[in-house]
Write a protein that binds this ligand. Structure first.
Ligand SMILES: [Zn+2]
Ligand SMILES: [Zn+2]
Length: 638
């Protein structure tokens, strides 16, 4: 039950890192990341260490389960030193300094002791103790990490010119712990639980400090909730895109370039197909594609503000005594194309799309498959509009989101982030822009929620989230109405009807966001069974015997000429094996050719995932080619 792999998955899931329970970084794809940088949590601070993570009743129950787990561990391993034990999304953990590595059998024993403590229904009792008494109590118990937390609190109070604070303890039955709370009333209130695994965790996240053993557990109000969670967790593991990437021969990762995917032929076909669909939409919508250099002089980043705010996330290259950076985003360079000639009010909106190659210096420890990478491409665009065009442009963009997410059967959710406290730019312009955006959202008739103050410092924004097949929410796309960063810092103009120079507004928009990340998300959403239009191999032709191979090749050529991605399984293996293999590769359509089919120039059609006993349709080749080409062009889900 508690293998190391499972716990490694969980390790990336601590709620303090702003991640969803299944290791999905809750990361905005583009400029939004600049803001996240300001909000980086003070990891390992005394505040964080004392935070029980219990925001509500379920959280209090989860944190209470962590206390009960610590009781069991102390009971089984006397002398254990306690780290911290907060509630997290879907469960809880506690960090222990135990004499030896814990095994799955240990977890079973710990669970048994926990069950006994829950059955005993010990009340949780809070006690407030003067600082010195609290410190003496933890020191006497040999709890060095707790003493350290208390000393930190005292030091911070001293800095503020205050006396050391009182400390609160919670006890239940034989166990007592330094803790802010809150807790449930008694251990009997703790619902059905399960321990999930053990992972190493440095004390205070610092690699120079001792490595503790972190036990993860999950607890729910009902057995049904617990069962559903465990199913979801197992299913997430089965769908893990890093596993499917290898299994389906899509991509791989290698230490020589951490955080950058090596795309295999099938994965690259998928990538290009997704990109091609967006390019086609952009062509219809009047975008013009540009391409700007990945390596740019530091001056550009000083002008854009990234040098001050974002430098530590950038890679640098020295040449001839000058500093260049690999671009972490496309935005500032698009202004060079804009400014290369005088723009008239008639030229706007000017929609420049760019599939630029971006690099961000993520910590190697934070990298995770395709969902957190160092190198990626976004389906980015910068749209320059007159202020009066904001509303109609936003409406068009919401339509783009609906159309493209519809290709994948995903329902986008919209979050409107308004002016933050530290916004740059003219408040009147902000108000006007927000009103226009709001009206556009209402006209588009989409459901949305408003997050006051959640806009970027230079732009109100609409973030787009999707929920995947496991109910996990992913932040994907973003639309930001930039009033300041590009227009003012790069001094952009257009000439109005009266021949006067005016400031345009720049809209940053990415619909898939990072293509890498998006592919990671949809790989898990579809568990590798991509819709027909997107599948790297759409059709597998299965000749029953060697004498049918020539006809199979002829049919393949016919389909290939219609733009269908087709493979012939001309191996000598038996038909059932060929079908099984195609199913494993999640190929949506299998065409089986035997004597009768070859003679009549037909094929027996099998759909991916169809019941074994389902009747097979026999279709003439030409009709088949028409039907499949139509299906691919329609871009929908199966
Ligand atoms: Zn507590
Ligand atoms: Zn941008």
């Amino acid at each position: 039950m508690a293998d190391q792999q499972g716990s490694a998955d969980q390790q990336g899931s601590a709620d303090q890192q702003g991640r969803t329970p299944d290791g999905a970084p809750d990361e905005a794809p583009d400029e939004a990341a600049v803001e996240g940088f300001f909000d980086a949590p003070a990891r390992g601070s005394a505040d964080e260490l004392l935070d029980a993570g219990a925001q509500d009743e379920l959280g209090a129950m989860r944190h209470s389960a962590a206390h009960v787990m610590a009781e069991a561990v102390l009971d089984l391993f006397p002398g254990t030193k306690l780290g911290i034990g907060p509630a997290i999304a879907d469960g809880f953990y506690y960090d222990f300094d135990v004499p030896r590595p814990l095994t799955p059998d240990d977890l079973v024993a710990i669970e048994t002791r926990m069950a006994a403590s829950v059955a005993a229904d010990h009340p949780f009792v809070r006690e407030v103790v003067p600082f010195e008494a609290a410190r003496a109590r933890e020191a006497a118990a040999g709890q060095a990490y707790k003493v350290e937390i208390l000393d930190d609190l005292a030091a911070r109070a001293a800095e503020a010119g205050e006396p050391p604070p009182e400390a609160s303890f919670y006890d239940h039955g034989p166990f007592v712990d330094l803790c802010k709370g809150p807790h449930v009333a008694s251990t009997g209130r703790i619902g059905p639980f399960k321990l999930l695994g053990v992972a190493g965790a440095y004390w205070r996240g610092d690699e120079h400090r001792p490595m503790l053993q972190r036990i993860y557990g999950t607890v729910w109000q009902t057995q049904e909730d617990l069962d559903r969670y465990l199913w979801r967790r197992e299913e997430a593991r089965r769908r893990d895109h890093r596993r499917l990437g290898i299994q389906l021969d899509l991509f791989s990762f290698h230490d020589i370039s951490p955080g950058s995917a090596f795309w295999h032929p099938k994965g690259w076909t998928l990538y290009r197909t997704l990109e091609g669909a967006m390019r086609e939409l952009q062509r219809r919508r009047g975008y013009q594609e540009i391409y700007t250099p990945p390596l740019v002089h530091q001056r550009l980043w000083e002008q854009s503000g990234h040098w001050d705010l974002y430098r530590e996330h950038m890679f640098f290259v020295e040449a001839e005594g000058q500093t260049y950076s690999l671009k972490p985003m496309n935005c500032p360079e698009s202004t060079y194309v804009y400014r290369s000639r005088v723009r008239s009010y008639r030229d706007l909106p000017l929609r420049f799309s760019e599939y630029g190659k971006l690099h961000r210096n993520e910590l190697s420890g934070a990298l995770s498959g395709l969902t957190r990478v160092r190198h990626f491409v976004t389906d980015d665009a910068h749209i320059y509009v007159r202020p009066d065009q904001i509303g109609s442009e936003i409406e068009g963009l919401l339509g783009e989101v609906h159309e493209s997410y519809g290709w994948l059967g995903l329902t986008p959710r919209f979050t409107f982030g308004t002016r933050p406290d530290k916004a740059l730019g003219d408040p009147a312009l902000w108000d006007r822009a927000e009103t226009l955006i709001h009206e556009a959202i209402l006209r588009a008739g989409v459901e949305y929620r408003v997050k006051p103050g959640d806009g970027a410092f230079y732009a109100p924004k609409i973030d787009i989230q999707v929920e995947d097949a496991l109910g996990r929410e992913w932040q994907t796309a973003t639309i930001q109405v930039d009033l300041v960063m590009l227009p003012e810092r790069f001094d952009l103009h257009y000439v109005d009807e009266r021949g006067e120079r005016q400031r345009p507004v720049a809209i940053h928009r990415a619909i898939y966001g990072s293509l890498e990340r998006f592919i990671g998300v949809i790989t898990e959403h579809f568990a590798g069974a991509f819709p027909f239009w997107l599948s790297p191999v759409q059709v597998e032709i299965i000749p029953i015997a060697d004498r049918h191979v020539d006809a199979a090749r002829e049919l393949a050529a016919l389909l290939d000429a219609r733009g269908i991605r087709v493979e012939v399984d001309d191996s000598g293996s038996r038909m059932q094996n060929k079908i099984r293999l195609a199913q494993e590769q999640r190929i949506p359509v299998m065409l089986v050719l035997g004597d009768r089919e070859v003679e009549a120039r037909t094929a027996a059609v099998r759909r991916r995932g169809a019941d074994r006993g389902a009747g097979q349709e026999i279709v003439p080749w030409e009709a088949l080619a028409d039907r499949l080409a139509e299906e691919a062009a329609a871009r929908g889900v199966d």
